[in-house]
Design a protein around this ligand. Structure first.
Ligand SMILES: N[C@@H](CCSC[C@H]1O[C@@H](n2cnc3c(=O)[nH]cnc32)[C@H](O)[C@@H]1O)C(=O)O
Ligand SMILES: [Zn+2]
Length: 432
């Protein structure tokens, strides 16, 4: 497949100069050429030529933390704190979910992410092979892990499933699927279990994703039980000797942050989920000051309730400005970086993903700027962060393939997915 995208304003990265009247040529999965001016050569050698006049092309957004199938649970349990939300509402309902439910729920989540400009997402859930199937069929890129709760027999069999999952799906779907190990959290995985996961990660050569220091209660319980913060604990069991992305890190001490920086652990910052569950606000500026690699994430749709990275990008900028009473705290450029290259780096994929350069993967989005809220064009980068919204995404290209065209998804059947998702919820809530 060979594409020519022309007449676009190209934001190749959060720091590069904007290319006016630019073009991008793709070849297979990769970007072959980027330049400005009219395309002079023949166009008949392209499979498709896309006129992006009046639009901005930017790297696809990278969602570094979530549980896609939880789109099914959107609006099911709102206005509760994390532990109550998980134990009383989410986990009992998740116990009833079938493989088919996860497949449909993931399709719904992917559809929402694609239409709002996400080209790569991270997932930690169960029936993960169904997630892989939905990813493969949708054309999306993803980093997938079987979520692990490390107690008893179930903990061991889930670990075995995770090993098989990595073996089967690492590099699957033309490399669009990458894998990780997904121990859920220190409060659901005992220290010895986490130690085993660290060893497994080394053996299988895949990174780890885990929820860490999400709430004040989690940290207090951990201190009480082990005499250590969650960060100190995961360091001690050897987890941080491996590549790790920790989700949340809302309640971290300066010493925790020093450990994170020294070990090269990456963080998924989920501002909207942390706000909605009343967990708090992670110290993003302190993380960045220490050179910690940070990406943005939505978390599941049951705690957000959107899978919209434009929202996360905007919120990441706004919330820290307000909190620190400093409009410079997180600039538009920093927010855009976090949502693109920062995310790629946080998933250990920064070599090929996150910026638009010759030789990098052809994952990018075309944002329609012919909208009242995106005019006049003072500053394109600021518009992308402070003014643009999911609905402005016109086309999405992943792995050199057009997946969303003129706002329509070419790979998933939207009507069918809505119908099936509602049938599942009716069954779960016994409304039929
Ligand atoms: N329960 C699964 C394994 C866990 S998957 C990951 C889990 O993370 C849960 N989850 C979603 N968002 C959060 C969060 O913000 N903090 C902690 N857990 C979450 C989610 O509901 C899901 O149960 C099994 O059958 O083995
Ligand atoms: Zn989560």
């Amino acid at each position: 497949m060979k594409l020519l995208i022309e007449h676009a304003a190209i934001v190749a990265s959060a720091t590069a100069a904007i290319i006016e009247n630019g073009y991008i040529v793709t070849n297979g999965s990769y970007i072959e050429k980027i330049g400005s001016g009219e395309w002079q050569d023949a166009k008949d050698r392209f499979d498709q030529v896309i006129d992006a006049g009046g639009c901005v092309v930017m790297p696809g957004l990278i969602n570094t933390h979530g549980h896609a199938a939880m789109a099914l649970l959107r609006g099911y349990a709102d206005d509760l704190p994390l532990q109550e939300w998980l134990q009383n509402k989410i986990w009992p309902l998740e116990d009833q979910l079938t493989a088919e439910d996860i497949y449909v729920g993931t399709q719904l989540g992917i559809l929402e992410m694609l239409k709002s400009g996400t080209t790569c997402f991270t997932d930690m859930y169960f029936f993960e092979e169904q997630v892989a199937l939905a990813v493969e069929q949708s054309g999306m890129r993803a980093v997938l892990s079987r979520g692990l709760i490390g107690f008893g027999e179930k903990g061991e069999s889930a670990k075995q499933e995770a090993v098989e999952f990595v073996g089967k799906y690492e590099g699957y779907a033309n490399g669009r699927i990458r894998t990780m190990l997904g121990p859920h959290a220190p409060y659901t995985c005992p220290p010895e279990y986490l130690r085993g996961i660290a060893e497994l990660s080394k053996e299988l050569q895949v990174p780890i994703q885990i929820h860490l220091s999400e709430t004040r209660k989690e940290v207090a319980d951990c201190l009480q039980q082990y005499g250590k913060t969650p960060i100190q604990l995961v360091k001690e069991v050897g987890l941080l000797d491996r590549p790790v992305i920790g989700a949340h890190c809302v309640h971290v001490t300066d010493e925790d942050l020093d450990i994170i920086a020294a070990c090269g652990m990456a963080i998924a910052h989920n501002p909207n989920s942390n706000l909605k569950l009343g967990s708090g606000i992670a110290p993003l500026t302190k993380m960045l000051e220490r050179g910690i690699v940070v990406g943005l994430g939505t978390d599941g749709a049951a705690s957000n309730n959107r899978l919209d990275m434009f929202e996360e990008m905007r919120m990441a900028a706004m919330i820290h400005k307000g909190l620190l009473e400093n409009p410079l705290a997180i600039s538009a450029s920093t927010a855009l970086h976090l949502a693109t290259k920062g995310g790629a780096d946080a998933l250990f994929l920064g070599n090929s993903l996150g910026t638009l350069t010759v030789g990098s993967l052809a994952d990018f989005i075309i944002v329609d700027f012919q909208k009242p809220h995106l005019q006049p064009r003072h500053d394109i980068l600021a518009h992308l962060v402070y003014a643009a919204a999911a609905g402005d995404v016109r086309d999405v290209i992943i792995d050199g393939r057009v997946v969303i065209q003129n706002k329509a998804c070419l790979t998933l059947d939207e009507t069918q997915i809505f119908k099936q998702a509602n049938q599942i919820v009716d069954r779960l809530l016994q409304r039929q």
